[in-house]
Design a protein around this ligand. Structure first.
Ligand code: PLP
Length: 482
């Protein structure tokens, strides 16, 4: 189990659990690929958009290629390859449960296609009584907000104290004073906007004290911190955990729900069709047992094998390295950004607080729009970041301090099809393979852009809000075609 270690400086990283970064990088696909720079040839791509999706582990691709020789129909196939495929699929389920510290007796693992589908699924299974509501925090990704909003009565909680720390006190207050009975609290394991990590065990105790259940959206958390769901009678348990494999170096279209078995054997399955039933007549349907009942159609066995291989690689690398490296990069970027005069960082920006955040840093630069800055970093410097609202508009609106009039104004522009002035931020997010040299280069790029401007002229497409260099469209077919 990972022990808390404060990363004060580079030597502590060197001494503790140090794995040469090149050893990690050699396990990732495509890092050597050169991307074009406008007017300056090419250079190896720097991917600082890992919160959106991570590249693949090489061994994941190799495992998939190897397994594809045995791949056959899962469930109910009678041939040897089918039986082997079913055996592998069910073994993967057990490994997932072990990975998240679930209770194999009372929990069930269900494979979906991503976190979004996973949350939509859980949502359909929560049958609310009159006077019951779902409590959602205001920092949530739309995928952990909209499914609840369109299906259930929802209330919101802003869990930050006056210092910007995630605190369970406000949650406690909300639960204590709510007129309605809170049935479930839906919270992110780590924000995809600011990287802040709520104290999940503390949150869990509060939630369970008030007789509610806890869903943790671990899309951002799962590849950067160890997660333990604990047994269903633990006051610190996570009742429902959801995450996506494509953020764990296994980009083959799998998502996961782990939750109490009893939830998934009542009511109607989330999606219905082949595989979800025991019996169908023209008058009757008998749904099958969990987890198959919630895995309609042919399962994504290849994707599940890929995910388990990625988990094995993460395990071999070890949480000590993953956590410390993540903290080291975050601290370094925060320190460097704070030295630049025109930068506003969002969320907690004290580098020594990087212990509480995943490797996600969002910022804006004075005098240049987030969309233009992100475009220049990509086209002129070969750095991939993300800009905009990161599918978390309520949180971004709060962080930007936009009032209702400002929101109405940009909503009107969007309705008219003009995205060119939509507010947002720039986000840099790390994977386990990013380096401090990449951060140095990123800072060099930012400094140059802020001091010297752009090397070419850019135009904005009002329909998308994206900037591109005038007259310089990349020839993608030169790199890859289908
Ligand atoms: C916190 C969080 N939740 C949910 C999602 C949705 O994940 P997916 O696109 O894999 O469904 C994301 C995606 O970035 C996320 O960051």
């Amino acid at each position: 189990m990972y022990k808390k270690a404060v990363l004060k400086d580079r030597p502590s990283l060197l001494n503790a659990h140090r794995i040469p970064i090149n050893q990690i990088r050699s396990q990732i696909t495509g890092l050597e690929k050169q991307v074009p720079l406008i007017n300056r040839g090419s250079r190896p791509y720097i991917n600082f958009d890992n919160a959106a999706t991570t590249p693949s582990f090489k061994s994941v691709i190799e495992k998939v290629a190897k397994f594809s020789e045995w791949y056959a129909s899962v469930h109910r196939g009678t041939g040897f390859k089918s039986q082997l495929s079913t055996h592998i699929y069910e073994n993967c389920r057990k490994k997932i449960m072990q990975f998240v510290g679930a209770d194999t007796k009372d929990h069930v693992a269900i494979f979906t296609s991503n976190t979004t589908c996973a949350i939509n699924n859980v949502c359909q299974h929560i049958e609310l009584k009159d006077n019951e509501v779902i409590l959602v925090t205001i920092v949530e990704h739309h995928s952990n907000m909209l499914p609840w909003r369109v299906n259930c009565p929802v209330e919101y909680v802003d869990m930050f104290d006056s210092e910007g720390n995630f605190s369970s006190k406000k949650l406690e207050e909300k639960l204590r004073t709510s007129q309605k009975k809170v049935r479930l609290v839906a919270i992110t394991g780590a924000s995809n906007v600011t990287g802040c990590i709520p104290p999940i065990k503390e949150v869990s105790r509060v939630v369970h004290n008030y007789g509610a259940e806890l869903l943790v959206d671990a899309a951002q958390l799962i590849a950067c911190r160890p997660v333990e769901m604990l047994s269903l009678d633990s006051p610190e348990r996570i009742d429902y955990l959801v995450f996506s494999a494509h953020k764990m170096y296994a980009p083959f279209g799998v998502g996961v729900i782990v939750g109490p078995r009893k939830t998934f054997i009542s009511g109607r399955p989330y999606m219905v069709g082949g595989g979800t039933v025991d019996l169908v007549t023209l008058d009757d349907i008998e749904w099958t047992d969990a987890p198959e009942r919630d895995e309609p159609g042919t399962p994504n066995l290849i994707g599940v094998v890929a995910l388990i291989e990625a988990i094995d690689v993460l395990r071999k690398i070890g949480w000590d390295f993953i956590v410390e490296h993540n903290r080291f990069l975050t601290k370094k970027l925060l320190e460097e950004l704070r030295k630049l005069p025109k930068i506003t960082i969002y969320g907690k920006c004290d580098p020594d607080c990087s212990v509480d955040r995943a490797g996600v840093v969002t910022f804006n630069a004075q005098g240049i729009s987030h969309a233009l800055l992100a475009a220049i970093l990509g086209y002129e410097w070969g750095i991939g970041v993300r800009n905009g609202c990161f599918c978390a508009q309520p949180y971004v609106i709060k962080l930007l301090g936009l009032d209702q009039a400002a929101v109405r104004n940009y909503a009107e522009q969007i309705r008219e099809g003009d995205w060119s002035t939509v507010p947002g931020m720039v986000r840099a997010s790390f994977g386990i393979y990013n380096t401090e040299e990449e951060i140095d280069y990123f800072i060099e790029a930012l400094t140059s852009i802020l001091n010297n401007g752009t090397q070419v002229s850019y135009t904005v497409n009002p329909q998308t809000g994206e900037y591109s260099p005038e007259g310089k469209t990349p020839d993608f077919n030169q790199y890859f075609s289908v």
